[in-house]
Design a protein around this ligand. Structure first.
Ligand code: SF4
Ligand code: SF4
Length: 374
């Protein structure tokens, strides 16, 4: 996903232009696929009827492994993580006790009033929750009014949490970052400095079928003219995602439910370290991390003109699904990927390992962690 970022509680220090980019490792746990909402095209295919849950003891084991491997953040998502019950604050406490920051991604169904929002968030804040990301948009608002999103954010700010709102984007959507920031409650509930500091992140709402097309605001879909704006995928390999059914995936993108090749392990047999190692052993995933799926599609199309890709994708995970599922693209990748090995390895070394001699001993700033939608 191409999202902006929120800050975290990770230690910060100056970074120089010649420093390598630190690799932020995130463990993302989809504790339950049950959700109070039933958004069309929900990336995790969640609904009130789905009951799949990740056992708490398995989630705890994975958190312990992530801590032992110096992960930088544990994200609790779903489905709706607030439906996980008392296990959620217990798991947050476990993350906190390991000295790691935590994040919850939620739809704010629990914030029906300001008081209810504060009461629901209290145990999580007490357990050390560091970030609250709330998802909204036209689909979400069919189930959770945007007023509740604002109550949830107010409660989060009152408890000192870093807060962000993720807003689905399609052409002619009623709810956008602008409409949210013009809502009377937005001005009533937040000070001007809070309004300025709050991250309102618009992200394309993608169809789960790679052949389906949504309309997006002008300039949102990718083509040769704006391809330069797309960079590598910041989720693949560096985020290990554990789905509620126990599958361990190589990223936290919307392709996790529909791209089988992203599965790198299975609970309870596998763990965080081995799953990450498997992801890193796959050249295509490293190439996606380096260049992103859109550039790889463009590269494949240059070798086979039957591959039509321009102005079809706004969300990079839909482009990624095409990359993995289109046999024409697969044929080009298999036939020509060796041409890219040197580029990808050089780029990895330059971005993540090369250190200017004058800075070798210096501390580094971790970049802010990307925001994800529920
Ligand atoms: S998109 Fe989020 S809020 Fe909507 S059904 Fe899926 S998990 Fe629930
Ligand atoms: S589905 Fe593809 S583009 Fe999306 S996060 Fe995963 S690896 Fe990245």
């Amino acid at each position: 996903m191409n999202e902006p970022s929120t800050g975290t509680t990770a230690p910060q220090a100056a970074v120089g232009i010649l420093d390598p980019l630190p690799q932020r490792r995130i463990l993302s746990l989809l504790l339950t696929l049950r959700c109070t909402a039933e958004c069309g095209e929900c990336g995790t295919q969640s609904s009130p009827r789905v009951r799949t849950r990740l056992p708490e003891e398995e989630a705890a084991r994975l958190i312990d492994e992530a801590a032992a491997d110096d992960y930088n953040l544990v994200a609790f998502t779903g489905g709706e993580p607030m439906l996980y019950g008392r296990g959620l604050p217990r798991l947050i406490r476990r993350v906190t006790d390991h000295g790691m920051p935590s994040r919850m991604v939620s739809n704010a169904f629990w914030a029906r009033t300001p008081d209810k929002a504060a009461r629901a968030l209290g145990p999580l804040a007490d357990a050390g929750l560091g970030e609250l990301n709330v998802s909204t948009g036209d689909e979400h608002a069919r189930f959770v009014p945007i007023e509740q999103v604002l109550y949830a954010i107010r409660a989060g700010l009152d408890r000192g949490l870093t807060c962000a709102v993720m807003i689905e984007t399609r052409a002619a959507n009623r709810i956008s970052g602008r409409t949210l920031s013009e809502h009377p409650l937005f001005h009533d509930l937040f000070t001007s400095s809070e309004r300025e500091a709050l991250t309102l992140c618009e992200s394309p709402w993608m169809p789960l079928d790679e052949h389906e097309r949504f309309s997006y605001p002008e300039g949102t879909t990718i083509n040769a003219g704006n391809l330069f704006r797309r960079s590598g995928c910041d989720s693949v390999i560096d985020t290990v995602t554990v789905l509620a059914d126990g599958r361990i995936m190589a990223c936290c993108g919307l392709g996790t439910q529909s791209i089988p090749e992203l599965q790198v392990g299975q609970v309870p047999t596998d763990g965080v370290r081995e799953s990450r190692r498997r992801a890193e052993a796959d050249f295509l995933k490293r190439w996606i991390r380096d260049e992103g799926p859109e550039r790889i599609l463009a590269w494949a199309a240059a070798r086979d003109p039957r591959i039509v890709w321009e102005d079809q994708y706004a969300h990079r995970c839909q482009a990624c699904k095409r990359l993995y599922s289109d046999p024409l693209v697969g044929d080009v990748v298999r036939a020509h990927y060796e041409e890219k090995v040197l580029d990808v390895l050089t780029s990895e070394w330059l971005m993540h390992h090369s250190v200017h001699p004058s800075r070798r001993a210096g501390p580094r700033t971790l970049p802010p962690a990307p925001v994800r939608r529920s």
